[in-house]
Design a protein around this ligand. Structure first.
Ligand code: FAD
Ligand code: EGU
Length: 478
């Protein structure tokens, strides 16, 4: 028997807690270090997004560590989007057949479930209020400071100046799961030939709440509610307690222009009038000014490892803008892919780590790009009418050619097709669709010309024919 290997997981968020489960199953002695206090004992947890959309990739990863059923049990299925247009009209668009749905899950509950599952596994120890302040990745050394219980700022600031560490450890493997502002990644950036890019988008986000009305959900429950308004966008996911969490996405300079309660009301009445009675005027004004809008960052880097000693996953490796609902799903899939490679290469870290970088970085880069692309597309052209039309065209094409044309969101959210393959497939489909449309237009032009010629020669009223075409077009758009 070879000696049991030790791993230090840095970060006890969603991905870190899941990795603790996976690595315990692989026979590691696991120590997990989390800067915050134990969320299971906290009254309120400040910070990012209250609920998240869990889809295929995340579920597959949960399944392999035996946690899928427990997590899905207290999630809420969303079978369709519900599009809210400016005058309050609601239009549902299903994700697919009734077995194609995503789940709204509570971030805190999910994190708690994962931490408890990790803690119950063999050789796992959780260390809270341990904030990483410095490390030597080549040697597998980490230094932590005991963080105060109320320290909200887990942005991996390095306090090297103000003195020594409280705790120092050495382990065989460092697993960096410390989020978008990763301290481990900051150390990787200093290494030669490390690729790194980051981008803050002009939009920030703010969370609001739609409370239950008369003890019931105030909107249709099993939907991802969307208010697409080009530059402004709002999304709502249902919670277990019959409320909805609304997320408003808007450019920072617009957030800044809204200074008073009246400004807030004017803005919402103009852009999202149907949401005002749902949120409640007083609550809207209060929540809007309670917390500042938060930034959204996209980070790409490579490789993800250092020698056979350290590796990063989750947001630490690939923070993305949330416009595909894939950040957590992709981070969970990282754990699954790493485990598959461990299996394949017989747990040999000197082979597994480089292989993970080679296999995973093209896929992570691809979903970062897809999410950014969707952000650009949503803000440039997407209002409710356009959104509806695009999804109907997708569904229609899929119905005509179920094998050849699979909508992009289906490949992303309802399959485990590698993200970089998803991009390639989508490109090929686009060419196909473009060609079909051109062929159709050519046919229509020829046919239309013929009809017009016939109409003129028979002294028909051309307007009635144009009207007829418009009616057909309207029917399709509806
Ligand atoms: P985190 O969840 O950020 O966890 C990192 C942990 O590391 C934290 O607990 C932190 O305290 C700790 N830490 C940080 N620094 C240190 C340090 N120096 N020492 C010790 N510990 C440290 N994804 C989806 O799949 N579906 C969605 O619907 C979705 N919606 C989103 C909506 C919004 C508005 C946003 C912003 C994101 C959304 N995401 C979504 C993305 C998702 O939130 C992230 O991808 C996911 O949380 C990443 O998990 P993580 O464990 O890598 O990082
Ligand atoms: C954004 C913020 C609808 C939660 C992308 C769809 C998201 C989520 C979509 C957030 C959109 C956008 C898809 C899913 C999901 C859609 C998807 C986005 C969950 C293309 C809490 N997006 N999100 N696409 O198709 O594939 O429903 O914060 F508005 S789930 Cl931006 Cl499937």
């Amino acid at each position: 028997m070879e000696k049991q290997k030790s791993v230090a997981v840095v970060g006890g968020g969603l991905v870190g807690a899941m990795n603790a489960c996976y690595l315990s199953s692989r026979g590691f002695k696991v120590d997990l270090y989390e800067a915050r206090q134990d969320i299971r004992t906290m009254e309120i947890v400040r910070g990012r997004s209250i609920n998240l959309a869990l889809s295929c990739r995340g579920r597959q990863a949960l399944k392999k560590v035996g946690l899928e059923d427990q997590v899905v049990e207290d999630g809420i299925p969303m079978y369709a989007r519900m599009i809210h247009d400016l005058n309050g009209t609601l239009r549902p668009i299903p994700y697919g057949k009734s077995d194609q749905y995503i789940m709204s899950v509570d971030r805190r509950k999910l994190n708690e479930t994962l931490l408890t599952a990790a803690e119950e596994r063999p050789d796992v120890t959780l260390h809270f209020q341990h904030k990483l302040i410095s490390c030597d990745l080549e040697k597998g050394k980490l230094s932590f400071k005991i963080a105060p219980a109320h320290d909200d700022d887990s942005r991996g600031q390095v306090y090297e100046r103000n003195g020594g560490a409280d705790v120092e450890v050495t382990s065989d493997l460092i697993m960096g799961n410390d989020g978008a502002y990763s301290a481990i990644r900051k150390h990787m950036v200093k290494r030669p030939r490390f690729n790194y890019s980051q981008e803050y988008i002009p939009h920030g986000y703010m969370e609001l709440t739609v409370p239950p009305h008369n003890g019931e959900f105030a909107m249709a429950i099993n939907y991802l509610h969307i208010w697409p308004r080009n530059e402004y966008m709002m999304i709502a996911l249902p919670n277990q307690d019959k409320s909805f969490t609304l997320t408003l996405f808007m450019p920072f300079d617009m957030f800044d222009q809204i200074k008073t309660g009246d400004d807030v009301m004017r803005f919402f009445m103009e852009k999202f009038p149907d949401s005002v009675p749902l949120i409640g005027e007083e609550s809207l004004k209060e929540t809007y000014f309670k917390l500042p809008p938060l930034p959204l960052v996209s980070v790409k880097c490579s490789p993800y490892h250092v020698l056979d000693k350290a590796v990063i996953m989750g947001d630490a490796a690939h923070a993305m803008v949330p416009f595909y609902g894939q950040g957590m799903n992709c981070g969970f899939e990282d754990c699954l892919v790493f485990d598959e490679i461990m299996e394949e290469l017989g747990n040999d870290l000197s082979k597994v780590l480089p292989e993970f970088s080679v296999v995973r970085s093209p896929d992570a880069h691809a979903i970062c790009d897809l999410a950014m692309y969707n952000y650009i597309e949503m803000r440039e052209s997407v209002n409710s009418r356009w959104f509806l039309m695009r999804k109907k065209v997708d569904a229609c094409l899929h119905a005509i050619m179920p094998r050849v044309f699979i909508p992009l969101y289906t490949m992303v959210s309802f399959s485990r097709i590698r993200y970089h393959v998803v991009i390639n497939k989508a490109r090929k489909q686009d060419v196909l669709v473009d060609n079909s449309i051109q062929a159709l237009m050519a046919l229509t032009a020829v046919g239309g010309g013929y009809l017009t010629a016939v109409a003129i020669s028979r002294n028909f009223n051309i307007n009635s024919i144009t009207d007829w075409f418009h009616n057909i077009a309207d029917q399709i758009l509806k």
